[in-house]
Design a protein. Structure first.
Length: 311
């Protein structure tokens, strides 16, 4: 089996060499290991340092495209290299390279398609109580929407099988972590968790400026991707909510109609009509969106079959 370790990086001249040198050289069940560095428009000597450290290949993006684009570029490169397993790790040494051996094992044994490094189950706790709460809340939401048993949805330390690689299509420009899990749920891929420690951060995260910004971007990502893959369910829930609210308002109107003999409360009828119209429109919109989603799934299946023939 062939393992490709990809390292997306942006101005990581100080740590990229240590990251590459710390990677395992031999793993049981793996015949060959290659290291691909995806340089996301760095302005320092990240690329030269990576080459000197022994990277198998360096891919230089023309400008800073963002983590999601760099990740997708690495996935495409791993497919071209005919990799059986892809491991994604950070260039800032946050994830211990020794844990790569652990996260590839479930795929080598044929037990999983995606393995995610679970930081939240490790003791001592890696984050502050507030961040632990937010991380666990976010992972719980992803479990609900994706149908997977993910424990640490925001962890970027993960391994993908060939099936998962060719099934991964990232649309979001912010990050790949949440979208790839929602996609895994839609594609019925097997997701496993491996508890890992993390090293102390050497710098602040450059993915987001503050926690509120990350939460807002994550909510937008979850909503958009869920809408892409489950539009009928999304719009029917909204439509039925409007219909139920209209029913309650209608019952209220009838109550006062009987009590007061039919006088007043015309505004309730107006609101009822608005809610019924909105509910009906949402259901129709969901049906139309579901047809579009079915066409997209068909195109993705054709792409998947073509890639499998090429490999």
């Amino acid at each position: 089996m062939k393992l490709v370790i990809q390292i997306p990086c942006w101005n990581e001249e100080k740590t990229i060499a240590d990251t590459i040198n710390s990677l395992p050289k031999n793993i049981e069940g793996i015949d060959s290991i290659e290291v691909i560095v995806i340089d996301d428009g760095s302005t320092d000597k990240t690329v030269d340092t990576a080459k000197n450290a022994g990277a198998s290949e360096t891919i230089r993006l023309p400008r800073h495209m963002g983590l999601a684009y760099a990740f997708s570029t690495g996935v495409d490169a791993a497919i071209k290299h005919n990799a059986d397993i892809l491991v994604n790790t950070d260039a800032d040494l946050q994830y211990p390279s020794s844990c790569i051996t652990d996260i590839v094992k479930p795929i080598v044994r044929g037990e999983a398609d995606i393995v995610v490094g679970d930081r939240l189950s490790h003791k001592p706790r890696p984050f502050s109580p507030i961040k632990m709460f937010l991380e666990r809340l976010g992972s719980w939401i992803i479990r609900i929407f994706s149908g997977t048993k993910i424990k640490d949805a925001a962890s970027g330390f993960r391994a993908l099988s060939r099936e998962a690689m060719i099934s991964t299509i990232i649309h979001d420009e912010f990050s790949y972590t949440l979208e790839s899990l929602l996609l895994a749920g839609a594609k019925k891929l097997r997701v496993a968790n491996v508890t890992i420690p993390i090293n102390k951060p050497k710098r602040k995260s450059r993915l987001f400026k503050n926690i509120p910004q990350y939460i807002i971007r994550s909510i937008i990502t979850i909503t958009r991707i869920y809408l892409m893959y489950h539009p009928l369910r999304f719009f029917v829930v909204i439509g039925m909510t409007c219909m139920f609210a209209a029913l309650l308002i209608g019952m209220r109107f009838l109550y006062f109609y009987v009590i007061s003999g039919g006088g007043g409360h015309i505004q309730s009828l107006i609101l009822l009509a608005i809610l019924v119209t909105m509910g009906f429109q949402c259901i129709i919109l969901g049906l139309l969106a579901d047809v579009v989603a079915a066409n997209r799934r068909l195109i993705e299946q054709i792409r998947l079959k073509q890639l499998k023939k090429m490999l």
